[in-house]
Design a protein around this ligand. Structure first.
Ligand code: AMP
Length: 190
């Protein structure tokens, strides 16, 4: 299986590039943020619990997220590969993902990290906030908090994949097509 972690701060273009990768390599796209927003929309118990955290830009608990990934993996046993977008966001999630994949005789192939300057991230998120229905894109303080949470809790996950020699850094600024091309080159390189 071609399992990829698409990694990077909020606003780095993970969702956009995941669409390209999904089509180009016929992969299943798993976005934990989208899954949580669906739970909120359907007013499930999980959705209600997650909403107050998401609105503040705080992470949902590892236990909930790992449970969610476990059940979605069960449903995608025959996929050619999976793009993980927005997961793992903590070291505990990264370790659990490795354990889950090992139990299915598969593994993460590469972790692709989109690098974008903080000024550009804030600009993109504010722009997205003007048009999207996401409350967490509409408040400057929440945006700043999400970037801070990324730095403190999520960024260490990059080192986790670096130690496994799976981390590839990709310049996340420039045209969407050129970033897609860089991702493709990185994935195709043995
Ligand atoms: P995203 O759409 O990936 O930016 O995620 C939006 C929000 O959902 C985040 O700010 C978190 O509150 C929550 N979330 C998404 N994925 C995760 C995850 N893997 N672990 C914890 N919280 C998450």
């Amino acid at each position: 299986m071609l399992n990829l972690v698409l990694f990077g701060p909020p606003g780095s273009g993970k969702g956009t590039q995941a669409e390209f990768l999904k089509k180009n390599y016929q992969l299943v796209h798993i976005s934990t943020g989208d899954m949580l927003r669906k739970e909120i929309q359907e007013k499930t118990e999980l959705g209600l619990a997650a909403k107050s955290l998401m609105d503040k830009g705080i992470l949902v608990s590892d236990e909930i997220m790992i449970g969610m990934i476990n059940s979605i993996l069960e449903k995608n046993n025959s996929a050619k590969g999976i793009i993980f977008d927005g997961f793992p966001r903590t070291l505990a999630q990264a370790q659990s993902l490795d354990n889950l994949l090992t139990s299915k005789n598969t593994k993460i192939y590469k972790c692709l990290m989109l690098e974008v300057s903080e000024a550009e991230l804030k600009k993109r998120l504010a722009l997205r906030g003007a048009t999207s229905s996401r409350p967490d894109d509409r408040d400057e303080k929440v945006i700043a908090n999400r970037i801070q949470v990324y730095r403190s809790q999520t960024f260490p996950v990059a080192e986790y994949y670096n130690q496994q020699q799976k981390l590839i850094k990709i310049q996340g600024e420039g045209s969407i097509a050129s970033i897609s091309a860089h991702l493709k080159t990185a994935i195709d390189k043995q």
